[in-house]
Write a protein that binds this ligand. Sequence first.
Ligand code: XMP
Length: 516
Amino acid sequence: MNIKSSKILILDYGSQYTQLIARRVRELDVYCEIYAWDADTAAIQAFDPQGIILSGGPESVHMENAPTLNEVVLQMNVPILGVCYGMQLLNQYYGGVVEGSEEKEFGYAEVHCTGESQLFKNVAKQSMDVWMSHGDKVKELASVFHPIAHTSSTPYAACEHKDLPIFGVQFHPEVEHTADGREILGQFVHHICGCEKLWKTDNIIDTHVDNIRNLVGDEKVLLGLSGGVDSSVVAALMHKAIGKQLVCVFVDTGLLRYQEGDQVMQTMADKMDINVIRVNAQQMYYDALQGEADPERKRKIIGELFIRIFEKQAKELDDIQWLAQGTIYPDVIESAASSTGKAHVIKSHHNVGGLPEDLSLKLIEPLKDLFKDEVRKLGVSLGLDPEMVYRHPFPGPGLGVRILGEVKKEYAETLAKADHIFIEELRRHDLYDKTSQAFAVFLPVKSVGVVGDARRYEYVITLRAVETIDFMTARWAHLPYEFIDLVSRRIINEIDKVSRVVYDVSSKPPATIEWE
Ligand code: XMP
């Protein structure tokens, strides 16, 4: 079975929601890919989709050099759905009038369906709550379209071509706030485009296992295991495909979460019987970081040391031909966008796990067509612990950027314990999944406290918890006072090296999520 045989192409006009459209289509069990709006005509034809979605975008169709519609989209004779900017482009192309506006309509709107439409067939109600985010709108509908929805301020909130399966929606069906968004996209993808539901976890695993076997044959693969979700899922998947031909190197940096090194070995080596070499490099890291207080230099030291240790291990192993990496689809999209200069936001985080360049190994990236939510589903299905797979993100440099200034063994051990208490209580109080990222930070300043009759002069721990969707902006989590009180008391009572606990009430921006 070719699970990519039924597929949708998404042309990206720069909307912050483009990846969300793709994730929604995948959730409908249909494969899709995102191409830039000005992708090569030949590439679009070669992809051979069963339907095309034109995303929204920040531009105005009137602007000089505004992104345009490649006519090949219309020549391919497949259904088209234009979302927001996509709908405006289609209207402009067919002779309608798009009105520029300084004012943005942003937020909920009530849309009233006007008459019959293929697109809204699955929507039972006459009116729906939708999410709007646009400045421009269609003022005069192109004559080939008829209107299928309006709001009180937007006469053409959706349209349908009179003869062809071409649709436009001014609102965003991909956003959670559009209550019927899934039904609308489902109707387009399954019924209008006729895509089959082939993109399912079990099929994805079977196909990837076959692909890995075909590619690797009887050669050996090396993988740097970090304890994070992506590399763990790569390990589980590769192990299913090639068993003991996979060799994992796990570097314990001494900057991991509480007892994480032992847990990785228990899950991967003991329970799943994966070939894992553990390198206890804690002291090497503390030595390398000694006296270094600058956050960026710390990140660099941690990243480079990882590569050195990993390379040394690799050279000691015989006949390895492949290097596996946990690259996922958003990384691919981001690096494609940054290489063409189209990225709106480029992250420059330096990660542990960078690619050693002179190992002269062939590269295999088995997750490179998957989104994070798909990687997680695969992980659970492959037998990884759901609690681990759905963990909050943890930065590559680990506790190294959560100990302010110089890193020391004593600080790292104290921080790991405090962090563990915080996370354990969040889980116990059913708050873990309500926060997007929560952790403790070590402040190397001493403050006075009294414990029993004794005076204590020890360090400060900060608790940090945020709620966010994209990690680009974040709100500090309004955790209950009683809960913070309990965590604070446990940390001070159970960890001698801490005399004071504080809670971080800064949002991003202006603060960042991490402290360094
Ligand atoms: P900031 O602190 O920039 O963090 O608001 C946003 C997200 O990125 C993570 N982060 C990192 N991840 N290497 C990583 O792999 C890093 O150096 C790094 N710094 C921050 C952070 O945990 C949050 O999820």
